[in-house]
Write a new protein. Structure first.
Length: 316
């Protein structure tokens, strides 16, 4: 017959084994949960890193797209060379007809001295001015259709050197002398001159205002600039005055003076004025007509900038 103490000791050992087993399983479960949590955290870190890499790639792509026009020097240089050739053709055309024009061909700037073709305070062109406007209208009507729309192009041989460029605008600016009149008077004078200039150009080439750029905008823009962008007066170099020479002969020999005077021996010679009467040197430089040719670079259009890269003259 068994003793009750023996039965109690056996049951206690059984319960102790089950408690150890449950503690071990709980420990294993905790380890598995920790491994799972570490894996989840690693996946989250990888996802965040991947998202940041994609965001950086998108930003870099946008920056590369924005910088695309700056990375096209070859195409832009072609446009500049074609525009320079256009300026040279117009300048030579006018020179062959006795019209002297100055400018910077590579900048796309052609300058006519308005002081030669207008009276100092007159809006109507003088006779030489009418001749200049006639020849200028002929030149513009000959070459501008080659690089724009809205008018039939002339002979293909005329347009072939300019086929690789497209004009954006041709702005004709009429300036006035800023120092001799008020701003309101300069605005009125240059505006009236611009009207007469446009009338003369259309009398020779009536299709000038029909010309359009590739954005269907009017190509030719004529405006009076008032006293804007005045040029500084050119420095006037004084001619050296030769000292007066003594009269030879009787005046130094102690004999009586005959009363005759040597012409030019008593007073220094005066320099002749460089400009015609009524016109100062500053007027000749500031009163001018500027033609500014802007060209567009095809293929440089960007979102929000449909016109693309525009090459404008910077000289004033």
């Amino acid at each position: 017959m068994s003793h009750p103490a023996d039965s109690f000791s056996k049951d206690e050992g059984y319960y102790a084994s089950m408690a150890d087993l449950m503690a071990g399983m709980l420990f294993i479960f905790i380890i598995i949960a920790m491994v799972f949590a570490l894996d989840v955290r690693k996946d989250r870190v990888d996802a965040v890193a991947e998202a940041e890499a994609k965001a950086e790639a998108r930003i870099k792509a946008k920056l590369d797209v924005t910088a695309t026009p700056l990375e096209r020097p070859a195409k832009a240089d072609v446009e500049i060379m074609v525009r320079a050739r256009l300026i040279e053709e117009i300048r030579d055309f006018l020179a062959s007809r006795g019209i002297q024009a100055k400018g910077i061909p590579r900048e796309g700037l052609l300058r006519l001295p308005a002081g030669r073709y207008f009276a100092p305070a007159g809006a109507m062109p003088l006779a030489p001015g009418q001749t200049m406007v006639s020849h200028l209208g002929e030149a513009l009507g000959r070459w501008l259709p080659c690089m724009s729309n809205g008018a039939p192009q002339p002979d293909s041989a005329v347009c072939q050197p300019f086929a690789e460029a497209r004009l954006r605008t041709v702005r004709i600016e009429v300036h006035a002398e800023p120092g001799q009149q008020t701003a309101a008077e300069a605005d009125s004078l240059t505006g009236a001159r611009a009207v007469h200039l446009l009338s003369g150009l259309l009398g020779v080439s009536p299709r000038l205002l029909d010309l359009r750029n590739d954005a269907a905008e009017r190509l030719v823009d004529i405006r009076g600039m008032g006293a804007q962008w005045p040029l500084e007066p050119a420095p006037v170099e004084a001619k050296p005055v030769e000292p007066a020479k003594p009269a030879p002969g009787k005046g130094t020999s102690g004999k009586k003076d005959t009363g005759k005077k040597d012409i030019g021996s008593g007073a220094p010679a005066t320099a002749e004025p460089a400009q015609p009467p009524g016109q100062t040197q500053n007027q000749a430089r500031s009163q001018r007509i500027d033609l500014r040719f802007d060209v567009a670079v095809p293929g440089s259009e960007q979102p929000g900038q449909p016109g693309g890269l525009i090459l404008r003259p910077t000289s004033k």
